[in-house]
Write a protein that binds this ligand. Sequence first.
Ligand code: GTP
Ligand code: MG
Length: 340
Amino acid sequence: MPTNVSPEYKKAEDAYRKAREPRERLDCLREMLRTIPKHKGTDHLQADIKTRIKQLSEELAGPKKGGRRGGPSLVVRPEGAAQLCLVGPPNAGKSHLHAALTGSHSDIGPYPYTTHLPVPGMLPHEDIHFQLVDLPPVSDDFMEPWFVNALQPADGVLLVIDVADPECLEQVPTVIDRLAEKKIFLKSGWQGLDETQDADPDDADDPFSLLLPTVLIANKSDLDPDPEEVETLEELLGLRYPALTVSAKTGDGLDTLGPFLFRALEIVRVYTKTPGKPADNDKPFTVRRGDTVLDVARLVHKDIAENLKFARMWGTEVFDGQQVGPDHIVSDGDLVELHV
Ligand SMILES: Nc1nc2c(ncn2[C@@H]2O[C@H](COP(=O)(O)OP(=O)(O)OP(=O)(O)O)[C@@H](O)[C@H]2O)c(=O)[nH]1
Ligand SMILES: [Mg+2]
C-alpha cells in the first residue's frame, strides 16, 4: 500500500477487489486512477492501474478491426454460485474432468497442450450450479499471456494433477511459482474449512495481488492404486491444500467436488417470494455466509436494493413471517419476501 492514500482511493480499491464484472472492474480502476495521490511514491501503482485499464478496455471492446484479436473472449463472465478455474500442468486431465463434471465438449487429447482457450461449463450441485472454467496448461515452457486475466473473476482454483505421473513433483511447484510471479497466490485456506489460514504473502496489500483458495484434484486415481499417494505428494512438496482424489475416466470421487465447494465457499441459498404470491421454490439466489438481506436484494434487482425497507422471512433462524431489516444475516434455505 503506498503511503497517504485518500479514503476515496481506498474506497475505490475496496470496490475493485469486490467487483466481478469486467465493466464494473473497469469503472473501479478509473476511479482508482482519478483518486490516487499523484506523487513519486505512487508512480508504480499508477502505471499498473493504467495497464489494467488498457487491458480491460481492449477485452471489453472485443475483437480489433482487422480481426487480429478475433475469436472468443478470454475472460469468462461468472455465472452460478461461484467460478472455479481448472489450473494445472499439461495432460493432467483438466479437460477430461471438465467434460465429466459439466458435460462440456472441451477438447481432450492424449498429448500435452490440447486446450488453447477457456471453456466454461456448469457443475450441478443440488439446486444450484458452480461454474467451472477449463484452461490451457501452465508449464516451465509455456503460459498463455492472457492466463492471469482469465483468473481474475475466479472464486477459487482446482489445481489438477496426474497423481500417477512422478513429474508432478516438479510440475506443481512450477505452476504455483509462475502464478506467484504474476501476483496470483494459490492458498490452502478456504473460508468454510477449519484449517488455519495461510500467512498472507508479502504483497497481499497490493490491490492487484489475488489470493485464490485452492483444492488439489489428484486425478487419474485409476492409474495409481495407492489412496494415500496425494498425501505423500503434499508432504514431499510441503503443501497443505485440501485434496480430492478422483478419476475423470471412471468417475470415481467426482461426486465429492460439489459438496466440497458448497461447504468450503460457505454458499447460502436464499429463496424469494413476491408479497401475496407463493414462494419461488426452485431457483435460489446464492450468497455467502455473513451476507445480508440487502445482498440478496442486490441480486434480485438494483432498484429493489436501493428502496428496500424491510423483509419478511421464513427459515431456521427466524420465526415464520418475521420482519427483519436489510442488515439481517441470511441462512441457507431462508425464504425472503422483499418489501420496498
Ligand atoms: N486413465 C486416465 N486417463 C485420463 C484421466 N483423465 C484424463 N485422462 C487422459 O489423459 C489425457 C489428457 O487429458 P486432457 O483432459 O486432455 O488433459 P489436459 O490437462 O486438459 O491437457 P492440456 O489441455 O494439454 O493441458 C487424455 O488422454 C485423457 O483421456 C483419468 O482419470 N484416468
Ligand atoms: Mg485441456
